[in-house]
Design a protein around this ligand. Structure first.
Ligand code: ATP
Ligand code: LTN
Length: 334
């Protein structure tokens, strides 16, 4: 990777069907960064097992997520895209960092609180340690910028705190990463319940648009989306959360501003509005779906991407991990 470019790191969990939220909040923005930065994108499978997975479905989601990274337009030669579990340095650094993380810091995490409520029969210590592993992902590559949705900001703060804490004791080991949160698509909400975010692992499939949903499914889900009763297309998250969410989605896929979109739908009913949003999303996803179908038939290519990119990631990860091991005083390997 060229030395003069800043490093970007991010990841998505293979925890289900990639949603329009993941696409607009993450993937689509990543494609715009690939020429300007050195980018690493992991498939965060170690994170995913903090919630119980069916092995077959999990493997399928993992296989498809890499193809989706490529299908949205991420070039596997420009970016490093790999499976987190294939690069053991992530787990190794996570252990070291866990010895520098206070229980209180993890107890405060909103995602931990939410997930412990949602999966109350399985509040495992991996779920608790999740942000430490995420800090390890980021710090392992001397990352400058981390493009994530608003929901991950708190985790990123912890990564920064841990880096600073470690550096204070051992000198300059880690780069202090910054959040890189795009304005457009930063928070796509659930279609049936616009007060919560659209999420891959949502059991109600009417809440989410999967980027691989066929056009008729996308249309029908948007038609069912919750709005309100005053039939006016106007942006106001407090008063009109459903309509505002649809406006955000529309603007993210068309590039229009909210004002332009409000004007376009002035005097029109919600029926027309929802149909236009659905059509814009369908048109935006069409080339992605087409490329995905092609990649599915190209197993050899995908395997070569995996092999090549894992090696590239591992080499970089080794640099930081060796330094950390030396600093904390581990016996050198012979
Ligand atoms: P899960 O349901 O398993 O928690 P998720 O759909 O919330 O999954 P993640 O794998 O946690 O997705 O996140 C992948 C990326 O997508 C992150 O950068 C995250 O900030 C972003 N993201 C997730 N959901 C949304 C959303 N609704 N709107 C915008 N960005 C999102
Ligand atoms: N926790 C993130 C996924 C993730 C990630 C990362 C994002 C794992 N490791 C490192 C940015 C940097 C999520 O659920 N969105």
């Amino acid at each position: 990777m060229p030395d003069d470019k800043k490093i970007i790191f991010s990841g998505i969990q293979p925890s289900g069907f990639v949603t329009l939220g993941n696409y607009l909040g993450a993937l689509n923005n990543w494609t715009k960064l690939q020429h300007q930065y050195n980018c690493l994108y992991c498939i965060a499978d170690l994170h995913t097992i903090t919630v119980r997975q069916d092995p077959e479905k999990f493997r399928k989601a993992e296989r498809e997520l890499l193809m989706q990274y490529i299908a949205v337009g991420l070039d596997p030669e420009l970016n490093i895209m790999y499976y987190q579990s294939h690069v053991p340095q992530h787990a190794e650094l996570s252990w070291v960092l866990s010895c520098f993380t206070y229980m209180g810091e993890l107890q405060r995490m909103t995602q931990f609180k939410e997930k412990s409520q949602k999966y109350s029969d399985n509040i495992n210590s991996g779920l608790f340690m999740y942000p430490v592993l995420m800090a390890a992902d980021i710090l392992l590559y001397q990352t400058d910028l981390v493009p994530v949705g608003e929901d991950q900001r708190q985790h990123l703060e912890l990564a920064r705190d841990l880096a600073e804490r470690f550096n204070k004791i051992y000198g300059d080991v880690f780069k202090i990463p910054e959040a890189y949160i795009g304005k457009v698509g930063a928070r796509v909400m659930a279609l049936q319940n616009p007060s919560k975010k659209m999420s891959k692992s949502d059991e109600n499939r009417n809440n989410t648009i999967a980027i691989m949903d066929p056009p008729d499914v996308i249309m029908s889900k948007f038609k069912k989306a919750v709005t309100d009763s005053d039939n006016e297309v106007r942006y106001s998250v407090e008063e009109k959360p459903g309509v505002s969410n649809l406006l955000n989605i529309y603007c993210a896929v068309t590039g229009y501003t909210i004002e332009q979109a409000e004007k376009e739908f002035q005097g029109k009913g919600y029926g027309d509005f929802k149909k236009s949003v659905a059509e814009a999303v369908i048109a935006n996803l069409e080339p992605v779906q087409k490329r995905f179908a092609e990649l599915k038939n190209n197993k050899d290519y995908i395997e070569s991407v995996i092999k090549n990119n894992t090696e590239r990631a591992s080499k970089l990860a080794d640099r930081t991990l060796s330094k950390v091991y030396k600093k904390v005083g581990f016996m050198p390997r012979v």
